[in-house]
Design a protein around this ligand. Structure first.
Ligand SMILES: Cc1ncc(COP(=O)(O)O)c(C=O)c1O
Length: 376
């Protein structure tokens, strides 16, 4: 059968693929890009109320105005992004859809797009699908996957129309210091590049502070959502904000001709995510995730594996040296532990594996690490 040539540019998501393989009886699953916490009750109650009140119809394509107002306030108060209003915000069916819309609105055939290597798997596919040409910006395990001189120099010389930033990071857990983000913004400004700053793990930081490139650069599209912070991956709700209103308008055009709008009652439920009650639930979750991270780090250190302590998100990305990460992950799976090999995240991920502690108890982490020690 023949299909459109653009479909050949899309790869199956490695994270979804390995997660599907982990769904066997007796497998300890460290592949998952979510936590095992429930969505805070206050959000669920607000969504149920919306359903009972008949809020079951299309909403404005950009999202309900009340939610966009809340997002404007959040970005102003927590991220110091002051030049926004609700017309500069768009709500969609997850951060992934938002990123697709932004890239589709900005990138022409063969436009260079800079992506840190390694990065979350969907950036590569979305850019290729949109016709962009990827410029990989190298990161190294030795530097904790924090951008260094080499990274800056490749970006500076790349003529990229767009760069992806993701801090806290998937897959490495790195949290970029403010001065690193400033250096990236300086280059973007000189080159007149757009920035997509994917801040979806913003509230899951154990050490250090979050700094948004959107607070210092108008051509920055700040992407965030409810999936990770409030354990709402199945609700499909994310958003973007940018002081360049025209870009949000173009993204909204794509939205109006594709998903139409995010689910109505999910949006009403998300209004409650801005309450103190919901925020306290995130804090509790973060405390538990930190305990899991500390346990995993202790075990990895005992195994003499190179793994710089991840300061955020819920992933560790140990580097296992000269091994073939795909074969190692397969062997680990045969022994009852599912992880994601590092190479699908980019060539700098070779020899690494991504382990998620988002949905595994300390007991499960202990069993997983015992098995890993035995086969390493
Ligand atoms: C870095 C990053 N950005 C975006 C997303 C997508 O989030 P959403 O569920 O809002 O589409 C993920 C999900 O794994 C992610 O890891």
């Amino acid at each position: 059968m023949e299909f459109a040539s653009r479909i050949s540019k899309l790869k199956e998501s490695a994270t979804f693929k390995y997660s599907a393989m982990a769904k066997r009886e007796g497998i300890i699953d460290l592949t998952i890009g979510r936590t095992n916490f429930d969505t805070p009750m206050v959000i669920k109650e607000a969504a149920k109320k919306a359903l009972d009140e008949g809020k079951v119809h299309y909403t404005p394509t950009r999202g309900i105005p009340e939610l966009r107002e809340k997002i404007v306030e959040k970005l102003r108060d927590e991220n110091s992004i002051s030049d926004l209003d609700k017309e500069r915000v768009i709500v969609s069916t997850g951060a992934k859809q938002i990123i697709l819309e932004a890239v589709m609105a900005l990138i022409n055939e063969n436009d260079p797009v800079a992506i840190p290597d390694p990065s979350w798997v969907s950036y590569e596919s979305i850019v290729k699908f949109s016709g962009g040409k990827i410029i990989w910006l190298p990161l190294s395990a030795e530097n904790g996957f924090i951008p260094d001189e080499k990274f800056f120099s490749v970006f500076e010389n790349s003529n990229s129309r767009l760069i992806f930033l993701n801090s806290p990071n998937n897959p490495t857990g790195a949290v970029y210091p403010k001065k690193v983000i400033r250096s990236i913004v300086d280059i973007a400004e000189r080159r007149d590049s757009w920035i997509i700053s994917d801040e979806i793990y913003e509230k899951l930081i154990y050490e250090g502070k979050h700094f948004s490139a959107g607070s210092i650069y108008p051509k920055c599209i700040v992407v965030n959502g409810f999936s990770k912070e409030f354990s709402m991956t199945g609700w499909r709700l994310g958003y973007a904000a940018c002081s360049e209103k025209e870009l949000i308008d173009k993204m909204n055009l794509i939205q109006g001709q594709s998903v139409s709008c995010a689910t109505s009652f999910a949006q009403y439920g998300a209004l409650a995510a801005f309450t103190e009650e919901a925020k306290k639930e995130t804090e509790k979750m973060r405390d538990e995730l930190k305990k899991r991270r500390d346990y995993l780090m202790k075990r990895l250190n005992e195994m003499d594996v190179l793994c710089i302590k991840p300061k955020g998100a819920f992933y560790t990305f140990p580097s296992l040296g000269e091994i073939d990460d795909i074969k190692f992950s397969d062997r680990l799976l045969e022994n009852g532990v599912a992880v994601i090999p590092g190479s699908p995240f980019g060539s700098s991920g070779k020899g690494c594996v991504r382990m998620s502690y988002g949905a595994a108890s300390i007991e499960e982490l202990k069993n997983a690490m015992d098995k890993m020690r035995d086969i390493k």
